[in-house]
Design a protein around this ligand. Structure first.
Ligand SMILES: [Fe+2]
Length: 167
């Protein structure tokens, strides 16, 4: 048994927590982390490549959203370490775990960019809520609290993107 497993077990023992539930939560957080990195890079990709009549508005909106997404990544990874598990090590790890798809298209219209990000952020809300349900089983109120903030931020991104694409 490795040191990290021992740490997870000792946390479970000391606090009466369920180590299987903590393992499941750590897996969910790591998968969320991969999604956040994928969403960060896609949002930056669109920030760099967006064009058209609303260029400046969209360029700035996407930069603000990318920064918001990026800010979650360190907190998620460190939360995983705090509950005694290990987190992602590489772009390869992220690619193996991410649920949100990359967009490698050469040209994407501004409207398609915004709609795709709206769908991705809406999917992220569903994944965040699924991870939140695991927090109760793991008796992890700190992860639950952080996830609640990230749900609010993702819902804000969905709102802004939906208003920006409204006819
Ligand atoms: Fe920029």
């Amino acid at each position: 048994m490795g040191t990290d497993n021992q740490l997870a077990v000792s946390l479970a023992t000391i606090e009466g927590r369920n180590s299987n539930a903590i393992d499941r939560l750590a897996m969910a957080l790591n998968t969320l982390l991969a999604d956040m990195f994928a969403l960060y890079l896609k949002t930056k990709n669109f920030h760099w490549h967006v064009g058209g009549p609303n260029f400046r508005d969209y360029h700035l909106l996407l930069d603000a959203q990318a920064n918001m997404v990026f800010a979650t990544t360190d907190a998620i990874a460190e939360r995983v370490r705090k509950i005694g598990a290990r987190t992602v090590r590489s772009v390869g790890d992220i690619a193996r775990m991410q649920r949100l798809a990359d967009n490698d298209a050469e040209v994407v219209s501004a409207q398609d960019m915004l709609r795709e990000l709206q769908d991705d952020n809406a999917a992220l809300v569903i994944h965040l809520k699924a991870a939140h349900r695991l927090c109760e089983q793991a008796d992890d109120i700190a992860s639950a609290s952080l996830i609640e903030t990230w749900v609010d931020e993702a819902e804000q991104r969905v709102w802004f993107l939906s208003e920006a694409t409204r006819a």
